[in-house]
Design a protein around this ligand. Structure first.
Ligand code: GLU
Length: 467
């Protein structure tokens, strides 16, 4: 293990979406850097020029920013470093660890078939014959060891052994001189001072090849930690049909970033039975050895449970801003003063909300404009007797000065007693009049959300409507 300070990185290829697996990889790198007092870096692997648009790169910046996983340095762009990669290939050539291979496409295909039949990796006839014979198009291949084995000491998977005879001579530079992925990754990780490579286990095979190249260059091999996949709830590869797979989709569905961090941390890592923890706790506990080797499964119930927890903890002003955004996106008409209504309403309704859209739904009743449209069901409740009772209640509430939940609960109970009836005799009608049939908190809560003038106004409207 390198005795330098820990440096981790996330190295996404911009594809236009940030997969939840990439987010989890970023989180684990971030947690491990925090745990060790090291650094967490970002490298954009933008060598696929068609896919790596500015917008696709921005998606990664936005995803990390939303998740609160801020890199400790400016991002590194892989494409811009091609010259460095070529230099490393030349160094390998000079050392005799790489060679120019002039095999044509047809020759390579033929060799691949023979190699398959013989159960070995493909080998180029130029491996030991390279003499820069001519200027025909060629690639630069790594001269990988043919005997022995390469062992990856992986923090998650344990020791993984690869037989060298099974690993072909990797292309380092293509015919057009551009570097391949495995070369670029090694050079960049080395020059960025990366001590720990924590990434998806789809890269485990690459780790074997990369180890050989590190050794050929005489560079220190980083610590490997390959993380298992995140599958859908059914244990199959996570896909669209499981509801969401991109970070932006979880944002749009109304999950809070702190809930996502907590949830993603538990996907494949754990600290005893702790389900809910702060970032600081996760960082102080996070050891790569505790990452589970088996694939994790997305569990919507757990995510919803955690999101509800964090909605209940969140600062009200922040929730009000998020709810406002949702209403705006739905073209729900908002007015001056609605912010105050939201600040009063959210504490009373948030306990039941699993997502931000659910929280927004729960505030609709309070944001409606007078006169409310009453459903037929509510109108049906407003018979003569109930109207008369609500009229008397309106008087009582008009005289009520203290307008907190407990005061209003006491006032409503007192009113029911004075009328000699149970709450059921007027509660549902009052609720209907105050909410217009939208979901609303308990009566006292609804009165507090609306405030006194609006509550009395809604009662007056209903009572003055023709029976
Ligand atoms: N760019 C690679 C990917 O997005 C990651 C490479 C790495 O982490 O080494 O899968």
């Amino acid at each position: 293990m390198p005795d330098r300070p820990v440096v981790t990185r996330i190295a996404p290829s911009p594809t236009g979406a940030m997969h939840i697996g990439t987010a989890r990889t970023a989180l684990f790198n971030w947690l491990y850097a925090k745990h060790t007092g090291g650094k967490f870096l970002l490298r954009i692997e933008d060598t696929d020029r068609e896919r790596s648009t500015e917008a696709a790169v921005q998606v990664i910046f936005d995803g990390l920013a939303w998740l609160g996983l801020t890199p400790d340095d400016e991002p590194v762009f892989q494409f811009a470093r091609a010259e460095r990669h070529v230099l490393a290939a030349q160094e390998l050539l000079a050392k005799g660890n790489a060679y120019r291979c002039y095999m044509s496409v047809e020759e390579t295909t033929a060799e691949r078939e023979i190699a398959r039949a013989e159960g070995r990796a493909i080998r180029s006839p130029w491996r030991d014959a390279d003499a820069n014979v001519n200027d025909r198009p060629h690639v630069i291949r790594f001269k990988s060891p043919q005997e022995g084995e390469t062992v990856i000491c992986d923090k998650v998977k344990g020791d993984v052994t690869f037989q060298n005879k099974d690993l072909d001579d990797l292309i380092l530079l293509r015919t057009d001189g551009t570097p391949t992925y495995n070369l670029a990754v090694i050079v960049d990780d080395h020059e960025m001072g990366i001590t720990h490579v924590i990434r998806g286990d789809d890269h485990l095979n690459n780790a074997a090849r990369q180890t050989q190249i590190y050794e050929a260059l005489g560079w220190e091999v980083p610590v490997w930690a390959h993380l298992p996949m995140i599958n859908g709830p059914d244990g199959k590869k996570l896909s669209k049909r499981h509801g969401a797979q991109a970070v932006s989709e979880f944002d749009e569905m109304g999950y809070l970033p702190e809930a996502m961090r907590n949830y993603l941390a538990r996907l494949g890592w754990g600290h005893g039975n702790d389900e809910i923890f702060t970032d600081e706790q996760a960082a102080s506990w996070f050891e790569l050895e505790d990452v589970v080797g088996a694939p994790a499964r997305l569990d919507w119930d757990k995510l919803n449970h955690l999101n509800n927890h964090y909605i209940r903890q969140a600062e009200i002003g922040r929730l009000a801003d998020l709810v406002t955004k949702i209403h705006v996106s739905r073209d729900f008409p908002l007015h001056d003063g609605d912010q105050d209504i939201l600040l009063r309403t959210i504490p009373l309704v948030r306990d039941g909300a699993k997502t931000m859209p659910e929280l927004a739904d729960a505030t609709v009743f309070a944001l409606k404009r007078r006169p409310l449209e009453l459903t037929d069901k509510i109108k049906g409740m407003l018979n003569e007797e109930t109207r008369a009772r609500l009229g008397r209640l309106r008087q009582a509430l008009g005289a009520q000065l203290a307008w907190e939940v407990s005061d209003l609960e006491a006032a409503l109970r007192g009113f029911a007693e004075s009328e000699g009836v149970g709450m059921g005799k007027f509660g549902p009608a009052l609720r209907g009049v105050l909410s217009g049939g939208s979901p609303a908190p308990d009566l006292a809560g609804a009165l507090v959300s609306l405030g006194k003038p609006e509550s009395l106004g809604r009662l007056d409207d209903a009572l003055s409507q023709a029976a």
